[in-house]
Design a protein around this ligand. Structure first.
Ligand code: R5P
Length: 282
């Protein structure tokens, strides 16, 4: 039985179809004081909660789904297509909490097993008190790209995303891989990118990252590429969070198209990670 969180309804439906499992009739509601409630009458041996924790409300809803799953099923698996707070994977300054650990522990209390998709640092698996497995969402990112791009460059906006760019290049079947150097001002959040030496003149470039959040990183990379004479520039990311004006930033920077997966359900979610998550659950 698949139990969708309200922010993951398309992915949950795709996963139910992949696994040939039923989709629980979950209803989402709110009490007059603003508190959330979920309701889903069902019986099953195994309940799979699928909920991207894209907000604090989504996180509470996930805990509620786990609670009812634990009462109505013998076994609970929790799929976190996007795990909120995962980027706070260490104490950045003295006195900071390790928020990813706090969240992982809370989630562990309601499940026998967790599956995450491309967390910022795979090492966060260790924050869970139950077995946790990571699925590499970049494995579907080549699918929505236009066919036949001549010698495209797959570019990571920082060194840590180079592995993702390489995966997309390998799946696309042609092109090179490179990365920019990136620093971010902790006070202002401003991103500074230093382009590589690669000649991008008239070349198609696919910028690949794990997440587009504020869009500063991706838009900065696109701006550099356009200024350096790149031809078509595409943005591809696993988690299209696209907070606030991120999509506009990307458009203004000159991106031709943005492609994301359905770990965060947005209009740019062009491809589903359901087959990858299903593989992990079989
Ligand atoms: C950082 O290392 C990540 O890989 C992303 O590049 C970053 O989190 C994106 O954030 P934003 O869209 O706010 O620049």
């Amino acid at each position: 039985m698949i139990l969708p969180g309200s922010a993951s309804q398309s992915l949950a439906a795709a996963l139910a179809a992949e696994l040939d499992r039923d989709l629980a009739p979950v209803e989402y509601d709110r009490f007059a004081d603003g508190e959330l409630i979920v309701r889903a009458p069902f019986e099953a041996d195994h309940a799979v909660v699928v909920a991207a924790t894209v907000s604090s409300d989504a996180h509470v809803q996930l805990l509620q789904l786990q609670d009812l799953a634990g009462r109505q099923a013998d076994r609970v698996t929790t799929v976190l297509p996007y795990m909120g707070y995962a980027r706070q994977d260490r104490a950045f300054e003295e006195g900071d909490p390790v928020s990813a650990r706090a969240v992982a522990r809370a989630i562990s209390a309601g499940t026998d097993r967790a599956v995450t998709v491309t967390p910022h640092e795979p090492a966060i698996e260790e924050f869970f008190d139950v077995p946790c497995e990571t699925v590499d969402g970049s494995r579907v990112l080549a699918d929505p790209l236009p066919d036949g791009l001549p010698d495209p460059l797959f570019l990571a906006p920082d060194e840590s995303a180079t592995g993702l760019a390489r995966t997309v290049r390998d799946d696309y079947g042609a092109g090179g891989v490179d990365y920019f150097e990136k620093t971010r001002d902790r006070e202002t959040g401003d991103v500074t990118l230093t382009p590589s030496d690669a000649d991008v003149t008239d070349r198609a470039v696919v910028v690949v990252d794990d997440i587009v959040a504020t869009g500063s990183t991706m838009a900065g990379a696109v701006e550099h590429l356009r200024a350096d004479g790149a031809g078509r520039v595409f943005a591809a990311c696993v988690h299209p969070m696209l907070a606030a004006d991120a999509r506009t930033k990307l458009a203004r920077a000159g991106v031709e198209a943005v492609y994301g997966t359905d770990t965060v359900e947005r209009s740019v979610s062009a491809v589903s990670v359901a087959p990858l998550v299903a593989e992990a659950l079989r």
